[in-house]
Design a protein around this ligand. Sequence first.
Ligand SMILES: *[C@@H]1O[C@H](CO)[C@@H](O)[C@H](O)[C@H]1NC(C)=O
Ligand SMILES: *[C@@H]1O[C@H](CO)[C@@H](O)[C@H](O)[C@H]1NC(C)=O
Ligand SMILES: *[C@@H]1O[C@H](CO)[C@@H](O)[C@H](O)[C@H]1NC(C)=O
Ligand SMILES: *[C@@H]1O[C@H](CO)[C@@H](O)[C@H](O)[C@H]1NC(C)=O
Ligand SMILES: *[C@@H]1O[C@H](CO)[C@@H](O)[C@H](O)[C@H]1NC(C)=O
Ligand SMILES: *[C@@H]1O[C@H](CO)[C@@H](O)[C@H](O)[C@H]1NC(C)=O
Ligand SMILES: *[C@@H]1O[C@H](CO)[C@@H](O)[C@H](O)[C@H]1NC(C)=O
Ligand SMILES: *[C@@H]1O[C@H](CO)[C@@H](O)[C@H](O)[C@H]1NC(C)=O
Length: 221
Amino acid sequence: MTGATILHLITMAVLVSAAASQAPPTKYINHTVGDSAGWFFNSTTNTTATNYSSWAGSQTFSLGDYLIFKTSSNQTVIHTYNLTTFRNCSIDDSSSNDTFVYNGGNTVFDQALTIIVPLTIQGPNYFFSDASDGIQCQHGLAFEINVNRGLGLPPSLNQPPPPTYREPPGPDSASPPVTIPAGEEGTGNSGFKKGASVQVIACVCLFALLAVIGGDRGGIF
Ligand SMILES: *[C@@H]1O[C@H](CO)[C@@H](O)[C@H](O)[C@H]1NC(C)=O
Ligand SMILES: *[C@@H]1O[C@H](CO)[C@@H](O)[C@H](O)[C@H]1NC(C)=O
Ligand SMILES: *[C@@H]1O[C@H](CO)[C@@H](O)[C@H](O)[C@H]1NC(C)=O
Ligand SMILES: *[C@@H]1O[C@H](CO)[C@@H](O)[C@H](O)[C@H]1NC(C)=O
Ligand SMILES: *[C@@H]1O[C@H](CO)[C@@H](O)[C@H](O)[C@H]1NC(C)=O
Ligand SMILES: *[C@@H]1O[C@H](CO)[C@@H](O)[C@H](O)[C@H]1NC(C)=O
Ligand SMILES: *[C@@H]1O[C@H](CO)[C@@H](O)[C@H](O)[C@H]1NC(C)=O
Ligand SMILES: *[C@@H]1O[C@H](CO)[C@@H](O)[C@H](O)[C@H]1NC(C)=O
């Protein structure tokens, strides 16, 4: 086959799939948490910089969106899928597979931080600060969101970065540890499942070609 023929076939595939699938409901969005107030807690007054539940209620969240926390090292960002952990305002006894610490272990106060969190799992996602032994969270530095499917995960997020904290491998680790990325819960892109590496490569190549040919069609996957 000539290159032109291949391009023609791909173009037809794009047109067919674009016609068959519905228009994408949204674009990917970056949500700045608390808008201009950022992610802050005043320890003198025990108050948050804004009402984060209200803020969360004003937004629509989808897979592939990012939360941008503009904050300082006086606060932490904990991302959990576990309601018990969220309600407890504590990561004590939490499991490393459902709770991620984005900026634990700070030793210097008042350092400006921007923390970027991708949304990779559909459904309830919970966020809180566990600083000050949970006092910040208990006084409202916490919110929950519901993540919709939206456009589905973009290829760039299909292998999300590993969580910050992990169980160290046990002493009997004769076999290599198996880690399961947080995004692989069946809510992401069905073409990019575990064990489908050939498909992944094919899809990535196709995606790159499509980007070159027709610009971003969004809905093809
Ligand atoms: C959203 O944030 C991500 C991660 O920092 C970045 O790669 C992307 O360019 C941002 N998108 C927009 C529209 O600002
Ligand atoms: C905390 O609140 C007190 C009382 O309103 C105020 O004086 C102080 O400047 C606030 N601290 C910060 C860091 O905003
Ligand atoms: C924050 O807003 C929610 C509604 O979005 C309300 O139920 C709650 O009482 C507010 N919290 C404070 C401390 O005002
Ligand atoms: C950050 O925390 C430190 C230690 O508790 C405190 O001295 C400082 O005032 C805090 N900064 C702000 C802006 O609240
Ligand atoms: C709740 O947090 C406390 C520490 O604040 C911890 O001792 C306890 O084990 C936690 N409980 C659960 C169910 O996570
Ligand atoms: C949530 O975390 C608690 C510990 O904080 C744990 O006991 C419980 O099994 C977890 N729930 C799920 C659904 O994993
Ligand atoms: C975390 O692991 C527990 C078993 O250890 C499992 O029940 C739970 O579904 C896992 N949670 C996630 C989000 O993978
Ligand atoms: C803040 O709230 C905690 C309880 O959550 C309380 O122990 C502490 O005294 C309060 N601090 C101020 C300044 O009100």
